[in-house]
Design a protein around this ligand. Structure first.
Ligand SMILES: Nc1nc2c(ncn2[C@@H]2O[C@H](COP(=O)(O)OP(=O)(O)OP(=O)(O)O)[C@@H](O)[C@H]2O)c(=O)[nH]1
Ligand SMILES: [Mg+2]
Length: 308
């Protein structure tokens, strides 16, 4: 995604709920504190745990801060806060992922978008299509959510807005057939990207996960090596539950990356630290609002800065 001047402003606005909650708690605890004592450390620990950063991640952050304290690397409340921020950046930095937009290893580059119901798959595809089109990429959308009746028109509308083609079949048809068709058309039309919208499915439903596996197999049949990305879309408002979803989708289809949406609708933005801690998967994109420009590359430093 282009990183224009408004990037940080939109990120900061998007994370305002998370930031307000975190800062409000931090202020109460840090107010009037001149030195770091056990009480401050314990209260900080509690704040981090209740900010969806997760128990284990919090333990690590606090433990490192304690070590720094013993070594006298930090010595006042402000440097303690700074230590936590720096540690968060170090934790998130290795998870920064970038889609190979201008240096595609292969074309068409086929990207699957999977996830439970309503997490923002279709919207994310629409936003991404618009961004790719703006960068002169040829994009084809595959309406492989043949399950929900309104899914195809929803994707078609995004296709229209973005000015890209949509491949669709009838409602209720086999989603794998749509995948097959879309990739073949993309090959004929020399497209750069195929963005595959899949139906929302619960990670606990075995038959639906099998269907997803089949779609992957069919993609590989038309174009060996496809899909090139299997991205899981996670809704940040789901907090902890997002971790279970990631685990099960990863086990089922072997994800290549994550997308975290609706960061603007929640105070649970800290969940990204848990996700980064648990999964060795790149976070390709984050959604911080409704507009196409609110789909952003994930930048660890900017994220932590916007969180505080
Ligand atoms: N505020 C906000 N809303 C978002 C974001 N991403 C998606 N949404 C909204 O979330 C709702 C669901 O989005 P969809 O794209 O339809 O979700 P989906 O995963 O395709 O849903 P199913 O196909 O039914 O599984 C829509 O109202 C979107 O506008 C985001 O980053 N921020
Ligand atoms: Mg959808």
């Amino acid at each position: 995604m282009a990183r224009d001047g408004g990037f940080f402003k939109r990120l900061t606005k998007g994370l305002s709920k998370s930031r307000e909650q975190l800062n409000e708690k931090l202020e109460t605890v840090f107010a009037g504190k001149k030195e770091i004592d056990e009480e401050l450390l314990e209260e900080l620990e509690e704040i981090l745990i209740t900010s969806d950063i997760g128990f284990e991640t919090t333990q690590e952050l606090i433990e490192t801060a304690r070590k720094q304290l013993r070594r006298k690397d930090i010595n006042n409340p402000e440097s303690l806060k700074q230590s936590i921020k720096n540690q968060m950046v170090s934790l998130l930095k290795p998870r920064e992922g970038r889609l190979p937009i201008d240096d595609l290893p292969i074309a068409p580059y086929v990207i699957f978008f999977a996830g439970v119901n309503g997490v923002g798959k279709t919207t994310t595809i629409g936003k991404l299509a618009k961004n790719l089109k703006a960068r002169d990429k040829k994009v084809i959308l595959a309406a492989a959510d043949t399950f929900r009746a309104a899914a195809t028109p929803q994707l078609a509308l995004w296709g229209e807005k973005a000015g890209v083609d949509v491949i669709a079949h009838q409602d209720g048809s086999d989603p794998s057939a749509v995948v097959y068709d879309a990739i073949q058309s993309a090959q004929h039309r020399l497209a750069d990207f195929v963005l595959v919208d899949t139906a929302g499915r619960l990670h606990t439903k075995k038959n639906l996960m099998e269907e997803l596996k089949k779609m992957c197999r069919v993609a590989d049949k038309v174009m060996p090596g496809a899909p090139h990305e299997k991205l899981l879309v996670l809704d940040a408002t789901n907090g902890q539950n997002a971790l279970m979803q990631a685990k099960q989708f990863h086990e089922a289809i072997g994800l290549t990356g994550l997308i975290l949406t609706k960061l603007d609708s929640t105070a649970k933005g800290g969940v990204i630290l848990q996700i980064a801690h648990e999964f060795d998967l790149p976070i390709y994109l984050i959604g911080v609002g409704e507009g196409a420009e609110d789909l952003q590359n994930f930048d660890a430093e900017a994220f932590v800065q916007a969180m505080f």
